[in-house]
Design a protein around this ligand. Structure first.
Ligand code: GDP
Length: 295
């Protein structure tokens, strides 16, 4: 599919042969290759540009007479810098509160409902939580049914009220029920639209205010490339979320959105979705994502 960065650099570093250090002149072509690789991976143009400058600073003056060939050294510098930018340490989610409340936000089709189920399943099986899933999409009855089907699959109860058009009340009622039934975790799946609109933002802001979640996760489809960044920014401006979930990484996207989103909203990517099944959820590994972006 794409030529990977190592292959590109192998070519452009032919000129470096016989020279001891990476210098401004011999690295120029290489940096173009790095930038092209990032753009191919769907990294935002400005971010690719500033990233390349950072890499240049790091690379200049580095001695290439080491065990690594110049292209390998350059790939290592790029890889390490990418991983660091995307967050070198993993960040957990906040499960404080009785019950802990997690709010899930994102556009329609991003994978919110699927992720809600996956997260409930993960926290139930790995952290011995007793979750309640909440269907707060008052516009699409199919979304409620979908969550119920997932809940049944993973053995987690689902709170829904098909007669209500008030997501704030649904979420509040769900928390009451969780308290009564001894659920120590409530995961609230909210309504999304195909594009950002004011009504949706107001609605989710109202839900946030009413239920004071310990964690707000923003779900975004990694296949949406550049759009993912704008969406992330708008949601973050309104909700000040705590972390990002990048879905559909089982597709053939290189996942450059991870770098762009991290650079622009400066919030950690916490999970990646890797399939439609309830088990297809991984915690985010910056180093693995760097490998993927570089191909
Ligand atoms: P929502 O509208 O945001 O709630 O999105 P859904 O959870 O309904 O997901 C939309 C579609 O994407 C569904 O067909 C899901 O099965 C699919 N989907 C969600 N997450 C993933 C993922 O990580 N990988 C793949 N391949 N498909 C996913």
């Amino acid at each position: 599919m794409f030529e990977n960065l190592n292959e590109r650099l192998e070519r452009s570093f032919q000129i470096l042969k016989g020279q001891g250090k990476i210098t401004e002149i011999n690295v120029a072509e290489t940096l173009k290759d790095v930038r092209r690789a990032l753009l191919d991976a769907d990294v935002n143009f400005n971010i690719a540009k500033s990233f390349t400058n950072t890499v240049k600073e790091k690379a200049l003056g580095q001695n290439v007479l080491t065990a690594l060939k110049p292209n390998q050294l350059m790939v290592k510098i790029v890889h390490d810098e990418l991983a660091e930018l995307m967050g070198s340490t993993q960040v957990d989610i906040n499960l404080q509160g009785k019950p802990a409340v997690i709010l899930i936000a994102g556009l329609q089709g991003s994978g919110k409902t699927t992720f809600s189920g996956k997260l409930a399943n993960l926290l139930k099986t790995k952290r011995s939580k007793n979750p309640l899933l909440v269907a707060c999409d008052v516009y699409r009855p199919a979304a409620i049914d979908q969550l119920k089907v997932l809940g049944e699959q993973i053995g987690v109860p689902v709170f829904a009220d098909i007669d209500s058009k008030n997501p704030v009340k649904i979420a509040q009622d769900a928390i009451k029920q969780a308290k009564a039934n001894g659920n120590d975790l409530v995961i609230v799946d909210t309504a999304g639209r195909l594009a950002i609109d004011e009504e949706m933002m107001k609605e989710i802001e109202a839900v946030k205010k009413a239920i004071e979640p310990s964690e707000i996760l923003f779900v975004v489809d990694s296949m949406t490339g550049q759009d993912a960044v704008n969406t992330a920014k708008e949601f973050n401006d309104r909700l000040d979320f705590d972390g990002v979930v990048l879905t559909k990484l089982d597709g053939d996207t290189r996942g450059g959105a991870a770098l762009s989103i991290r650079s622009i909203v400066n919030k950690p990517i916490k999970f990646v979705g890797t399939g439609e099944k309830m088990e297809a959820l991984d915690v985010f590994h910056p180093s693995r994502m760097a490998d993927r972006i570089l191909g």
